[in-house]
Design a protein around this ligand. Structure first.
Ligand code: F6R
Length: 612
């Protein structure tokens, strides 16, 4: 969740750290802080509750010459949002920043008698004291060995962590170690860097490595050394960034979210087209054997939030087509439900970041039970990608806005390709049927362009939405799966209470909440249940709801049942999710912007959820 940056090299460390924090702020923006080693070997600590801009402003005054430092942007877990709880934390000779959760911090406080030392309410400060303890009183050799102090500390700590540490008496070096929480490192001609993700590094270098779990990294001016817990030097596995700084910038748009909404046609092209061979999906480049699809008797899709809602669309297509059980699971519940998993289960993991801790834990559980893991991931080299048996990368490019948009569309696209390949190799579709399925899938790209070409209907809806306290999204079948994502998008960035309901279920309780002018976004794109959905819409209209109806073009519907009618570009029923998703994203975006909210960084949220 939190953002971490560490630097040593010839550049001005304050500038590098602040710039890194600005790039990483989407990971958490409750508070920000940095520690700089000055040229005369002092340590300067600055930290503030509030966004990075506050830290940037206060640090402007500090005329400091420093070439080595660490910085942190916080998403609060232990302890409130205060200056004192902001990172870095100093304990004796150790100054540290942390992303993750230390589960046994209470036990550590008692065992090492740290209670009197603590000034903050954070688990991080406990880790700082523990590392300082092993640095100043090593049980395994002479004191003052930073490598040994880190190794001894992580043998005591239970939980997830990425630590970046400065030792008071070791100038010019940054030490780091991680378990679960991500860290990437790079050495370049302008110094060495470590960060919780690549966005902070790409303006300096394209080559990087993912820090393996429980390995110590030592940033020196010209190289980043990697050591395992036995003290052996390890050669890092270098990777190359395949997107550029511009892709991670706003590119003239007022917010990342609207930029990312507009990037969907290209993201879909990048994700779909290279995987087509003779008009059919082909995963041989990704080394995914067809036996993965023919051998399974059951499919479990596991994900969180938007990714899970993409999974629900996948289930609605897969199950009727393959005629095998397909379940969609909330990752945070999955491992406590004692799922029935074996080697005949194919587990499909969906994650934009590839770092969501609940999803990762579910993956590990499924693997332990012998299930094969196919993941759909956006971030290359992320933990979920590395731990999966097979990976299908989505090619959305960096998604910075907290609310997921383009990542959802490309997750859907990969699911559609999967559905088609699986149906083909399991003889549930002929080659001709598969080709026309793919032709339809490709038509979604111009359909999205068409939606993006006329924003008036979505802006019109949002003008109405800004004053709403509650909103409902209804649909049946596939349309219900789309509604769930629409409601999530609206509530997370506009703070309007929004609920998605299967249209036929509304009258079993929820309809009591419909009052005069309550906005109801009704999605009715599925021909076989169209008439039934329209009857359900009439039920809310009869209670004076304000109905925003989304249908295919030329739908036979009386103007009595809606207040605003948005017609989609022509597509067959199974593919309407793509333009519908964009319409719902735009409604959420313009509503949030219309309310003057922080669209890209909604309150209480962070982009990558690396705590359970
Ligand atoms: C909502 C949103 C979240 C994520 C969820 C999973 O807009 O972005 O619901 O979809 O936190 O994240 P990933 O896909 O990174 O595993």
């Amino acid at each position: 969740m939190c953002g971490i940056i560490g630097y040593t090299g010839p550049l001005d460390a304050k500038k590098v750290v602040i710039q890194g924090l600005e790039q990483l702020e989407y990971r958490g923006y409750d508070s920000a802080g940095m520690a700089l080693q000055t040229e005369d070997h002092h340590l300067l600590l600055m930290k503030e509750a509030g966004p990075v801009a506050v830290l940037k402003e206060t640090s402007r005054e500090a005329k400091v010459r420093s070439h080595c430092g660490i910085g942190h942007t916080r998403w609060a877990t232990h302890g409130g949002v205060t200056d004192t709880n902001a990172h870095p934390h100093t304990a004796g000779k150790v100054t540290l920043i942390h992303n993750g959760i230390i589960e046994n911090y209470h036990e550590i406080v008692e065992r090492f008698h740290f209670r009197e030392e603590l000034v903050s309410e954070t688990d991080t400060e406990v880790a700082a004291w523990l590392i300082n303890h092993f640095y100043t009183h090593s049980e395994k050799g002479p004191a003052g060995n930073p490598y040994r102090a880190l190794c001894e500390a992580v043998r005591t700590i239970k939980g997830s962590y990425a630590f970046c540490v400065l030792f008071e008496d070791i100038p010019g070096k940054v030490f780091a170690i991680r378990n679960v929480s991500p860290l990437v490192a790079a050495a370049s001609s302008v110094g060495t860097f470590i960060a919780s993700d690549l966005t902070a590094l790409i303006s300096y270098t394209r080559e990087y490595f993912v820090v393996p779990e429980n390995h110590v990294v030592v940033l020196e001016e010209e190289r980043a050394r990697l050591l395992d817990l036995e003290g052996h030097e390890v050669e890092p596995q270098m990777l190359e960034v395949n997107w550029d700084t511009e892709a991670a910038q706003k590119g003239g748009y007022p917010h990342f979210m609207i930029k990312e909404i507009n990037e969907q046609p290209e993201a879909l092209e990048r994700t779909i087209k290279p995987r087509l061979n003779g008009g059919l999906p082909d995963f041989s480049e990704e080394n995914i054997p067809d036996t993965l699809f023919t051998d399974c008797e059951k499919i479990d899709i596991v994900a969180c939030g938007t990714a899970m809602y993409a999974g629900m669309v996948g289930k609605s297509l897969l199950e009727p087509m393959l005629k095998i059980p397909v379940s969609v699971n909330i990752a945070s519940e999955f491992r406590y439900e004692q799922p029935l998993l074996d080697e005949r289960t194919l587990t499909i993991i969906i994650s934009q970041s590839g770092e969501t801790i609940d999803t990762l834990a579910a993956l590990r559980l499924a693997k332990e039970h012998g299930s094969r893991i196919l993941s759909i991931v956006n971030v290359k080299g992320s933990t979920i990608a590395r731990e999966s048996d097979y990976v299908l990368y989505t090619h959305a490019g960096p998604e910075i806005a907290v609310a997921s948009t383009k990542a959802y569309s490309v997750q859907l696209a990969v699911l559609y390709l999967l559905v088609c390949r699986m149906a083909l190799v399991r003889n549930c579709m002929t080659e001709e049927e598969a080709q026309s399925f793919i032709e339809e899938l490709l038509k979604t790209i111009p359909a999205i362009r068409q939606v993006l070409g006329d924003l008036t209907p979505c802006k019109h809806v949002s003008e109405r939405m800004v004053s709403a306290r509650n909103a409902f999204f209804i649909g049946r079948g596939l349309d219900y799966a789309f509604s769930l994502e629409g409601a999530l998008k609206l509530k997370e960035i506009s703070y309007i209470h929004a609920e998605a309901y299967a249209a036929g279920e509304l009258k079993h309780g929820t309809i009591a909440l419909i009052e005069k002018n309550t906005p109801v976004v009704a999605i009715a794109t599925q021909e076989h249940i169209f008439a039934k959905t329209i009857s359900n819409i009439r039920e809310v209209k009869a209670r004076d709801a304000y109905v925003i109806l989304i249908t295919k073009p030329g739908a036979d519907v009386s103007s009595e049942v809606y207040d605003i009618h948005i017609e989609l570009p022509e597509l067959s029923d199974r593919f309407t999710v793509f333009p519908v998703a964009v319409i719902l994203q735009l409604i959420a975006y313009y509503t949030s912007d219309g309310k003057g909210l922080n669209v890209d960084k909604p309150r209480n949220l962070a982009k990558s959820v690396t705590v359970e």
